[in-house]
Design a protein around this ligand. Structure first.
Ligand code: NDP
Length: 453
């Protein structure tokens, strides 16, 4: 008989926390509790990946309707009704939240629908003052969008607020050049909002392959996003129903709405972590070892709160590895190497491994690039281009990086990612017969390097 109320207390009911809780309870027979102060499903399900992807789908129908006309369909002009979409979206999120709650209940996890903080190495305090003890505590509290340190920054919204807007603005200024800024620029532009985007750096999507992000920037502009790199916001103030801004490029303009997509911070404030000896990093992230263990041996942390690789499937894997390590006697490190990922910009990007810039700093490489107009959009009269790119080690012939900018690039990179993760060589790609006619066949038909460095 354990001296604790629980074997495991999980704080945070997002993707990582829910997975760890239900696997520990369901597969390892642990006595588990979980506390969530907001909605089950966390950022991914409630205010991130899922509603964002549904908005991406919604935003793409406009151009599909136009293209359909080029393919011989005869129909009236289409217009987008935000209210209709939003009502359906909210119902879907409620359904998914219910699924998450049921998954926990069916696994026998005790749920506490309130905030929890850490009182000591084995004790959690709930918002109502109740204390629960646990042999292990897992912190999976995720992250939160942050505004820049600017006077009146609260006049602008953050990504969490987009899904609840009572109506779409006529125009919007988006600040930032990361995933969230670029994805919402495409979504809102597709829904008919006039989008201006300011990014302080030289090119959006810093850290991704230069050629790939260059093409995305160009295509975003072609689609109507008024993108300004090397530009930042200096001041904002209220102006009637709008927001007046001053920018570093001298622009003074009133926008209906300003969206700050300027990064996310780990949710560690007021959690009692440092007080019990858990180490926090510069951004407030929980510092963990390769097994997700903190400086306090009974306390572990997974997901965005640790600011390692901030992606839902990574948080889930970290949660599974934690359960293997702590409850199944099988020490397991989550594998953070060669993670395929997609950015749902318009056009979409799928990527795995090193960028050309990273790879050529490391070793001599062959670079294979194919950029072309895809059949479906070309027929409809669009000028869209796609990009298929492989970075190959000259010494071993291994694929070091694969970058795809194309409609459905996320679907493509999941498949290519298996091969790259397995250590496929360029010869393996060459030996695979093309699937014709597709866009992705180009990935196995690039015979001569475009350049070697
Ligand atoms: P990012 O860190 O990716 O981007 C933040 C952007 O804001 C950068 O362009 C940054 O510029 C800029 N910025 C930061 N501070 C300021 C400031 N004070 N003034 C002006 N600009 C500023 O964060 P996101 O919020 O876009 O996304 C957070 C994380 O969420 C991502 O890293 C990703 O892991 C995850 N995510 C994943 C998605 C997916 O998988 N499809 C989708 C959405 C999010 P600079 O480059 O100069 O630092």
């Amino acid at each position: 008989m354990s001296d604790f109320d629980y074997d495991l207390f999980v704080i945070g009911g997002g993707s990582g926390g829910v997975r760890a809780a239900r696997v520990a309870a369901g597969e390892a027979d642990a006595k588990v509790a979980l506390a969530e102060e907001s909605r089950y499903g966390g950022t991914c399900v409630i205010r991130g990946c899922v509603p964002k992807k549904l908005m991406v789908f919604a935003s793409l129908y406009g151009e599909m309707v136009d293209d359909a006309r080029a393919y011989g369909w005869d129909h009236a002009d289409a217009s987008f009704n935000w209210k209709t979409f939003q009502t359906k979206l909210q119902a879907e999120l409620e359904r998914l939240e219910g699924v998450y709650q049921k998954l926990l209940d069916n696994s026998g996890v005790d749920r506490f629908d309130q905030r929890a903080t850490i009182a000591d190495a084995h004790t959690v305090e709930l918002a109502d003052g109740t204390r629960k003890t646990a042999k292990h505590i897992l912190v999976a509290t995720g992250g939160w969008p942050v505004r820049p340190d600017l006077e009146n920054a609260d006049l602008g919204i953050v990504s969490n607020d987009i899904f609840d807007l009572p109506e779409l603005p006529k125009n919007i200024l988006i600040i930032g050049g990361g995933y969230i800024a670029c994805e919402f620029a495409g979504v809102l532009n597709g829904m008919g909002v006039e989008v201006t985007q300011y990014y302080r750096g030289a090119q959006i999507l810093r850290g991704f392959d230069d050629e790939a992000r260059g093409l995305i920037a160009e295509e975003m502009k072609n689609r109507g996003v008024d993108l300004h790199c090397g530009t930042d916001i200096l001041e904002l103030s209220k102006d009637g129903d709008g927001i007046k801004i001053k920018a570093t490029n001298g622009t003074e303009k009133v926008f209906d709405q300003v969206l700050f997509a300027t990064g996310r911070s780990p949710n560690t404030d007021g959690m009692g972590l440092e007080e019990v000896g858990v180490e926090l990093g510069r951004k407030g992230e929980i510092v963990v070892d390769e097994y997700s263990q903190t400086a306090v041996p009974s306390i572990y942390a997974i997901g965005d709160v640790t600011d390692r690789v901030n992606l839902t499937p990574v948080a889930i894997r970290e949660g599974m590895a934690f359960v293997e390590t702590v409850f199944k006697g099988n020490p397991t490190k989550p594998d953070h190497d060669l993670i395929p990922t997609a950015i749902f910009t318009q056009p979409e990007m799928g990527t795995i491994g090193m960028t050309e810039e990273e790879a050529r700093d490391q070793e001599p490489v062959h670079v294979y690039v194919s950029s072309f107009k895809p059949m479906q959009q070309n027929f409809a009269g669009r000028s869209d281009r796609v990009l298929m790119k492989l970075i190959v080690s000259q010494e071993t012939d291994r694929i070091l990086g694969c970058h795809i900018v194309a409609p459905q690039a996320g679907e493509m990179i999941q498949m290519a990612g298996i091969a790259v993760k397995m250590g496929a060589t360029k010869k393996d790609f060459d030996n695979t017969v093309a699937v014709h006619p597709t866009m992705s066949e180009e990935i196995v038909t690039m015979r001569e390097p475009t350049r070697s460095t």
